[in-house]
Design a protein around this ligand. Structure first.
Ligand SMILES: NC(=O)c1ccc[n+]([C@@H]2O[C@H](COP(=O)([O-])OP(=O)(O)OC[C@H]3O[C@@H](n4cnc5c(N)ncnc54)[C@H](O)[C@@H]3O)[C@@H](O)[C@H]2O)c1
Length: 252
C-alpha cells in the first residue's frame, strides 16, 4: 500500500496477536512503526523482525496504557524518534475473566476498565494532538463484537468494548474537520494467544453453534489488514465508523 510509505504509525498491543500482525503489515508497506506494549521483550522481538525485513525502521517502547504518564511518554518517544506521528492502531486489551455478572470480582471489572476503556481514552487523548501536529492522519480503536452483543460470561468485556465504540463516535465528532479520522473495528473470535487460551479453557467455543456464520475464526492478519487500511489514506472518507470484522456474527 504505497500510501503508507514514509508514514509513522504507532501500534499499542504490538507484541502479540492482532497488534503484531498490524505492525508486521505496516512495516511491509514501508511505514516506520512504533511497537508499543507492556511486554517489552515481545515488542522488541516484533521490531527486530521488522528491522530485518521491513522497508522502514521500527522501534519498541514499553507502555502501560492505563497509566497517563506512560502513554504521554510513548507518544513523545514516537515523535522524538521519527519527528512526527501520522497514525495509530490501538490494540492493547485484556480478555473477559469468564464469570457472569453476579460472580465477577470487582478487581476483574476494574482491570478491564483500566486497560480496555481508560487505556483507549488515554491513547486517543495523546495520539490525536500529535497526529494533528503532523498535519493529519488516522487512529483506529480495536473494539469487539462484544460491544454490540451479549457475550456470555463477559460483563466487563461487553461494557468496556461498548465504551470503546462510544469513544470512537465522540472522538470522530470532536475531530471533525481537523484532518484526523477516528474509526473502530469490531473483530469476532480471532486466533491470537488471547483467543487460543479461551478455547483451551472452554472447548465448547468451537461447537458449530457457537461459531460465527462463516464457520471459522479469523486469522490475526485478516483483522490487521482492515486496521491497516483504515489508518491509511485509502480510507480517506471513512470517519466515525465501527466496522464488524466478524464472519457475519452481528447480522445473524
Ligand atoms: N482475539 C480475539 O478473539 C478478539 C476478538 C475481539 C476483539 N479483540 C481485541 O483485539 C485486541 C487485541 O487482542 P489480541 O487477541 O491480539 O490479544 P493478545 O493477547 O494476543 O494481544 C494483546 C496485547 O496487548 C498487550 N497489553 C495488554 N494489556 C496492556 C496494557 N495494559 N498496556 C500495554 N499493553 C497491553 C499484551 O501484552 C499483548 O501483547 C484487544 O483489544 C482485544 O480485546 C480480540
Amino acid at each position: 500500500m504505497k500510501e503508507l510509505r514514509g508514514k509513522v504509525i504507532l501500534v499499542t498491543g504490538g507484541a502479540s496477536g492482532i497488534g503484531e500482525a498490524a505492525a508486521t503489515q505496516l512495516g511491509e508497506y514501508g511505514a516506520s512503526v512504533v511497537v508499543a506494549d507492556r511486554n517489552l521483550a515481545g515488542a522488541e522481538k516484533v521490531s527486530a523482525e521488522l528491522n530485518s525485513h521491513g522497508v522502514a525502521e521500527a522501534i519498541a517502547v514499553e507502555v502501560e496504557v492505563s497509566d497517563e504518564e506512560s502513554v504521554r511518554d510513548l507518544v513523545a518517544a514516537a515523535v522524538d524518534t521519527f519527528g512526527r506521528l501520522d497514525g495509530a492502531i490501538n490494540c492493547a486489551g485484556v480478555p473477559p475473566a469468564g464469570q457472569p455478572v453476579f460472580e465477577l470480582d470487582l478487581d476483574a471489572f476494574e482491570r478491564a476498565y483500566l486497560v480496555n476503556l481508560r487505556g483507549m481514552f488515554l491513547s486517543l487523548k495523546y495520539e490525536i494532538p500529535a497526529i494533528r501536529q503532523a498535519g493529519g492522519g488516522a487512529v483506529v480503536a480495536i473494539s469487539s463484537t462484544a460491544a454490540v452483543r451479549g457475550l456470555p460470561f463477559s460483563p466487563e468485556y461487553c461494557a468496556t468494548k461498548s465504551g470503546v465504540n462510544g469513544l470512537v463516535r465522540a472522538a470522530a465528532i470532536d475531530c471533525a474537520g481537523s484532518g484526523v479520522r477516528v474509526n473502530g473495528l469490531m473483530p469476532d473470535g480471532t486466533l491470537t494467544p488471547m483467543m487460543l487460551a479461551a478455547i483451551e479453557r472452554m472447548p465448547a467455543l468451537e461447537d458449530p453453534a457457537n461459531m460465527p456464520p462463516i464457520q471459522r475464526w479469523a486469522r490475526p492478519e485478516e483483522v490487521a489488514s482492515a486496521a491497516v487500511w483504515l489508518v491509511s489514506d485509502q480510507a480517506s472518507y471513512v470517519h466515525g465508523a465501527t466496522i464488524p470484522i466478524d464472519g457475519a456474527r452481528t447480522i445473524f
